[in-house]
Design a protein around this ligand. Sequence first.
Ligand code: SOE
Length: 380
Amino acid sequence: MTKPLNIGMIGYGFMGRAHSNAYAKVNHFFDLPMRPVLKAACGRDQAKVRAFADRWSYESVETDWRKLVERPDIDCVDICVPNNLHKEIALACAANKKMVLCEKPLAMNGAEGREMVEAVEKAGVANMVWYNYRRVPAVTLAKQLIDEGKLGRIFHYRAKFLQDWTINPELPQGGTALWRLDVAAAGSGVSGDLLAHCIDTALWLNGDLVSVTALTETFVKERKHNLTGKVEKVGIDDACIFFGRFANGSLANFESTRYARGHKALYTFEINGEHASIFWDLHDLHRLQYFDHRDGGLTRGWRSVHVTDGEHPYMANWWVPGLQIGYEHSFVHQVADFIKGVASGNLAQPTFRDAQRTGLVLDAVLASAKTGQPVDVVRD
Ligand code: SOE
């Protein structure tokens, strides 16, 4: 029997939509012991949250997240609001024994993240952070190939996440759509928003980062603030570059920016090993580029694997071989894995504890950017 899993969604922006879509679709494609029920949507603006709830068929609305978290008919709370609210809501979820799914990055910094990990673990509630790119089938396949030892010893891990949407100096900071530019709401700039994805994938594929040396830049120093109407200092990093060392001895080379004209969401990573290399590109997300030096000499070269076959990760649940899926499916996969984890007692990753490792790398990156000196990553 499929049991209901009553979802309380806090926030109704881009991520509120991506997650709601995943809850609505997941049981159409995956055999699962639970079925998400869109019980309540929560947001401060009554008219907007009502419109969101109607569009996605949520049964009810709340305008105060505390009420939602306390409701006895909610099993699982999804936190899709700016980063400065994650901790308070997650702690309230733990206190009310609710399962909790949190948007990335987990927290404003490692200290907040630590409190959140402690709270959910002490309460014994299921928890997960939405680092969705792990569940793009081509990325999951990369993990499989690395774990099978196909690459051999890893020498290099190179990742970039490039965008170009904040170049205009007239763009304000703060408020509903632009909180990512406001340090008080976001905690950091591209490091927490974009590099966090690259770091999460890297720690998963290649293990811990032990030390980093970073540079950040804020190209536009002042912007009008939507909440105060005044021109205010910009506190976020517009661009962040770091290099570092992984525990396995390989070297890290990472870059993120919102000032790479022409690039909208160019997340790429390349891993170079002793025998083979892997390259992945979000703009072509259903392909994995693979080079194996052990291939026969004359035809040796990069293979572009179309990750759409039934034996590829997650693909047997979708269409027939050769037909590709996209960005939104990574969230569907994450919900499917979360439910399987809840049912088996073996929680799907990344849990809050896993995501905290990314938070601690971000702390080290931002600390290094202040001094230009290498900083060791703290281990909790
Ligand atoms: C920023 O533009 C953003 O939407 C991030 O917040 C997401 O995490 C990333 O996946 C796409 O870009």
